[in-house]
Write a protein that binds this ligand. Structure first.
Ligand code: C2E
Ligand code: CA
Ligand code: CA
Ligand code: CA
Length: 278
């Protein structure tokens, strides 16, 4: 089957992952994805809730496989993680995204931020720090423009290297965001122990704020984060009602389909301009 048009994906069926054999086959297909030019990046705008302006993008990996069709990242990232391929794949995303964002800002004439997802295995790889430095040098982006989105799991790993690595990245001027905040173990203690700049409230909480069942949790995360000097991003914002609520509570930034889904690099500048028009 073929995909027709960029909004018409042919989704990979989860059942195909049932067998270890299939996972291994997928891992080997993924191994060739970079050189086969099957990987790309979707850029999703992040909006400042006070000004309404796009501050930057989150880079989201996309894989359109010759064999499997469009495979969602929730399927192929775990495969890449388990097989160790994530180190190579994540390195590619980082370098590519830095270069793309450097070119978007040349067109727009103002600096933009870039958020990149970092999985635990990647974060633990010995080459990671050098790759980050290399991607910045190669693209000309300033360290202050790069934000690394890590998961709570990384912070629960109590080995000293985590603190050491985060501190080194921070010393360069790179920001650290905790992704999917509230979904996992969410310990307040680690926010005081680790150098974290941002919390991204998991979209499962944002979905419910207008119905109010999750409003107290969202309120608490915003108040607590601000008290600790951490800025707050809401992800999965889909409606004006959600946006108004978040703005009234002092949430700093928002990201979600209300503004735009992730778009291919060639549409990123136009998307920023369209959001600025409201
Ligand atoms: P994430 O980091 O939490 O990324 C946000 C996900 O929410 C993205 O899904 C995005 O397309 C989706 N999303 C954005 N706005 C909305 C909205 O308003 N409503 C709803 N319902 N969804 C929204 P996506 O692109 O399928 O990525 C899934 C996950 O895969 C990401 O979750 C992230 O954990 C992982 N991922 C994606 N790219 C990379 C990568 O380059 N490296 C690593 N390590 N993980 C990645
Ligand atoms: Ca993320
Ligand atoms: Ca997230
Ligand atoms: Ca996630």
């Amino acid at each position: 089957a073929k995909a027709s048009g960029r909004n018409n994906f042919q989704w990979f069926h989860p059942k195909m992952l049932d067998e270890t054999n299939d996972r291994m086959t997928m891992a080997s297909a993924l191994r060739h994805a970079i050189s086969a030019r099957e990987l790309s990046i979707a850029y999703q705008p992040q909006v400042d809730l006070r000004t309404g302006r796009v501050e930057g993008f989150e880079a989201l990996a996309r894989w359109r496989s010759r064999e499997y069709g469009s495979v969602p990242p929730d399927q192929f990232i775990p495969v890449a993680e388990d097989s160790g391929m994530i180190v190579q794949l994540g390195g590619w995303v980082l370098r590519r995204a830095c270069r793309d964002v450097a070119s978007f800002q040349r067109v727009l004439g103002r600096p933009l931020k870039l958020a990149v997802n970092v999985s635990p295995r990647q974060f633990r790889s010995s080459s990671w720090f050098a790759e980050v430095v290399g991607a910045l040098k190669d693209s000309g982006l300033q360290p202050s423009q790069l934000e690394l989105e890590i998961t709570e799991g990384i912070l629960m790993d109590d080995r000293w290297e985590v603190l050491d690595l985060l501190s080194s990245l921070r010393d360069l001027g790179i920001s650290i965001a905790v992704d999917d905040f509230g979904r996992g173990y969410s310990s307040l203690a680690y926010l005081t122990r680790f150098p974290v700049d941002k919390l991204k409230i998991d979209r499962s909480f944002i979905r419910e704020i207008v119905a109010e069942s999750h409003a107290p949790i969202v309120d608490a995360i915003i108040v607590m984060g601000h008290a600790l000097g951490v800025s707050i991003v809401a992800e999965g914002v889909e409606s004006r009602d959600q946006e108004h609520y978040l703005r009234s509570r002092g949430c700093d930034e928002a990201q979600g389909y209300l503004y735009s889904a992730g778009v291919p690099a060639e549409d990123a500048v136009r998307t920023v301009q369209a959001i600025g028009v409201f």
